[in-house]
Design a protein. Sequence first.
Lengths: 282, 282
Amino acid sequence: MTFAHPRRATAPERCHNCAVRAVGLCNWFDATGNSLIASRTIQTRFAQGAPILIQGEPVERVGVILSGLAKLVLVDERGDEHLIQLLHAGELVGDPFQSENVFSVEAATELELCWLRPAVLADAIGQCPAAYRCHLEATTRQANELKFSQVASRGRNAVQRLAYWIFVQLPDRTAPGPLRLQIVLTRRDLASLLEMTVETLCRALHQLEQRQAIHLETPEILEITSREKLRAIGRGDDDRLRATLLEPGWEWGARTLPSRPRLAVVAPCAADAPAHPRDPQS
Amino acid sequence: MTFAHPRRATAPERCHNCAVRAVGLCNWFDATGNSLIASRTIQTRFAQGAPILIQGEPVERVGVILSGLAKLVLVDERGDEHLIQLLHAGELVGDPFQSENVFSVEAATELELCWLRPAVLADAIGQCPAAYRCHLEATTRQANELKFSQVASRGRNAVQRLAYWIFVQLPDRTAPGPLRLQIVLTRRDLASLLEMTVETLCRALHQLEQRQAIHLETPEILEITSREKLRAIGRGDDDRLRATLLEPGWEWGARTLPSRPRLAVVAPCAADAPAHPRDPQS
DNA sequence: CGGTATTTTGAACTATCTCAACTGGGGTGG
DNA sequence: CCACCCCAGTTGAGATAGTTCAAAATACCG
């Protein structure tokens, strides 16, 4: 299956219906800047695993993620790929002020992107200095997130890291009925993100199941048996669990990352199996 | 020993003799902006270990590091401190656009700082939009550095991580005579930075010594016995070492971090022991 | 239905952590 | 001045989480 549907945006109003209208780059500019940009974008789809940007190549375009998840990948001297961070809808892919790509970016799931020439973005930002501030804040936020996630995994074992990660993915609101999630990342990607091997990831997953925190319906879909238990395990309270759980209202995550839509990572699936099971590698 | 020498800058020309004149924030502005800032700064000294900014407290000032090293520290829910990143001379401490400090910052070594009220910086940036660009680039550079260092430690054991770190600290130029370095960080800090325990750090250090890559003259001062060996070990070529070393000119580090003055981390000490051995905790 | 890729399980091995004890230098107070 | 303490650094030994390698099981595809 190949995706190659570059559709040139014919009218600025296309943006008005866009899903990411309210987030990220699309919100940095005033009306003038927005229409300037809107008319110069190209929408593209990527299959899971498809390369979006390649480390070391000249920056010919940058993009805004419309839907799906991107992996920020760094290749070390040995040639091993490392999944450093996930990029979500609304986030900017590529650095318009760099001459060549510092990282590779790949589609972690099927993904829609809004391409933009770096010069166009640079122009728009030049016209609207407030945009610098926005860009700066977005960059800072992303960097902080990285730091937080790094701390979250320090001194924690595989099960704890996994539990924490799953917990963070959960939607804020406790939906009625059993909570089910779809893990849209491959084991390989998730393992790399959580800094463990696929084997340990797998074992950790099953350990969480044994401890009644989750239940694996299929390899991709899991049901949250106990949010509390997940949180406790992720926190490292494995054993003192019972004691702590009884105390009402102990804020956790208050100082953690600002919440953000994560629908793409893990989608609460109310009804049945996903329409598109995972695509084969591109 | 206490440091409390706030010296109000009496004249803009103070900056002209400043050591960090050429780097970082001090270079973001035009003449107007610079003098605006120069007249509103306060220089302060910190003893090793002294807190500079506290996580969660309101941002009352930001600073530029003049000399010394700062640790960017994040405290997790369990109360454990994690040294995430080192900040060098010329770098900005604190985020002028945030209302409260996201991280703690502490002096890793004795340190000189140039304080600045966030509003002053914000004003100056407002007057000189190009400064946004500079700030943005500085932020990006720091974030990228973090990502690179993360990759550098993935899938590498303690000895490799340490060897790599030491190698990166080395001055670019191969000075004549034996190369000696001073590790200005405490074992605890360095261990935290390299994500290992002090014990493993210590063992790793001595393993490097056994393998003839370095020699520990004192706990703080080490002599580089073989740059090549250090590089090879850090790379993970421990065994294939001999084979690879014979090939001439295989770029390494070409794609790694842009080099930067690191004098504060590790000072090549040509002559004798440091004037001030490590200060006691503040 | 066979072929291929992903996920899962198993078992041996090992790097690192933990806990505990020892060392040495610097400062403090008698 | 010396005895003492305290702390950073070092060393040792046992416990263990995670890796590696290998193979089974499952899902997916034409």
